[in-house]
Design a protein around this ligand. Structure first.
Ligand code: KG4
Ligand code: ZN
Length: 352
């Protein structure tokens, strides 16, 4: 039997410090320390994020190795998020990965966070990992190439044509705010704490999505724009609360359901257009907003209507995590794609 390939993945691009261990493509441990310090500020405070990463990184890695039952000497390579993300946050993960790889005298693998979100679809918790390694569509549980991936997070909104593990082309993206930002900003306007996306999702479950309507900005082609929606939403809330100071409290569920409906429709309109233009019906979603329950149910409905085959990651692999970095690192390891000790973080790191 050949020696196993064991990869440690490190993620620290924003406000989650995470480490994961993958052995021959199979996930053994996936640890995340979420930073609650930002809640009081209504958004991520970069300096506080870097400090928290510094505190969390060693315990998180330690816990991941322990849970995986792997000794650090057994690791074959360290994969880390090089970007995109916050400079101070990326520096912590990058410096840690470089020092650890140097100390263990093993290769270092840099990972693009957005590529990681897409390859989260190949995270495997069972022995099926071996099948995916051979690049097959493992019992239709993973997308086969080429597929389209709608990556929707707090910092990005992209429609990506995924040709293989390493060749990805952005065919549409936001020209201003990201979809997650639209959720978070709408939440902030309503006085809902950061990150607002999951809470809007929760309140919306009790609300009527047709109660209020918001104008969807018109952007040509496959690109998105969310900043106009935010301004329209803010004006709407200001007007209504001027008439009735209790407007938000009295209508919270309906407002949340209506703004969520608008954001998801905007995403789906462009995704349908992309599928038609590329004639691709393998459709995946990734990134934090793909945890949204309306996005998930709408996508399943569209799959039925349009004959799409859809791929929706498990909740824990939608938001930032290190399993997605480790799996990307694993495929890069198989491809002998290593980086050097002189590597530096790239806060703006293009996917294609
Ligand atoms: O991918 P992610 O964890 O971090 C970034 O790379 O940005 O995404 C975080 C974003 C936040 O904007 C958060 O509000 C949003 O994902 N999000 C959601 C939901 N869960 C997380 N948005 C809507 N509905 C959700 N259930
Ligand atoms: Zn992310």
């Amino acid at each position: 039997m050949s020696k196993p390939i064991i990869i440690l993945g490190i993620e620290s691009s924003c406000d989650d410090t995470a480490a994961a261990v993958i052995k021959d493509g199979k996930l053994l441990a996936n640890i995340i320390a979420t930073q609650n310090v930002h809640k009081a500020f209504g958004g991520v405070v970069p300096e506080l994020a870097s400090r928290a990463h510094q505190q969390n990184i060693i315990p998180v890695v330690d816990q991941a190795l322990k849970q995986a039952g792997v000794n650090m000497c057994e690791l074959n390579a360290i994969a880390f998020t090089r970007g995109p993300g916050l400079m101070g946050s990326l520096l912590v993960g990058t410096s840690f990965a470089k020092a650890f790889a140097l100390g263990l005298d093993i290769p270092l693998i840099e990972v693009n966070h957005m590529q990681g979100h897409i390859l989260a679809h190949f995270i495997c918790e069972s022995d099926e990992a071996q099948i995916i390694k051979d690049n097959e569509n493992s019992k239709n549980k993973t997308p086969s190439f080429p597929f389209l991936c709608l990556t929707v997070s707090g910092g990005h909104t992209q429609i990506v044509l995924v040709k293989n593990f390493f060749d990805m082309q952005i065919i549409g993206e936001t020209i201003d705010d990201a979809a997650g930002e639209a959720f978070d900003k709408a939440a902030k306007i309503m006085g809902i704490q950061y990150p607002g996306g999951p809470l809007i999702d929760q309140y919306a479950k009790e609300g009527n999505s047709k109660a209020f309507s918001f104008t969807k900005p018109k952007v040509p082609g496959l690109n998105f724009s969310f900043s106009g929606l935010k301004t329209g939403f803010m004006n709407f809330i200001n007007n209504e609360t001027a008439k009735n100071p209790n407007f938000i409290e009295e209508n919270k569920a309906d407002i949340c359901a209506s703004i969520q409906q608008t954001i998801i429709e905007m995403l789906m309109d462009k995704l349908k257009l992309a599928a038609t233009q590329t004639a691709i019906s393998q459709i995946a979603i990734s990134g934090g907003v793909s945890a949204n329950s309306l996005l998930r149910s709408t996508l399943n409905q569209l799959a039925q209507q349009l004959g799409w085959q859809v791929f929706i990651p498990k909740f824990e692999y939608c938001t930032d995590n290190a399993a997605m970095i480790a799996i990307t690192g694993y495929y890069k390891y198989l491809n002998h794609d290593f980086t050097t000790q002189s590597t530096t973080p790239l806060p703006r790191y293009a996917l294609d």
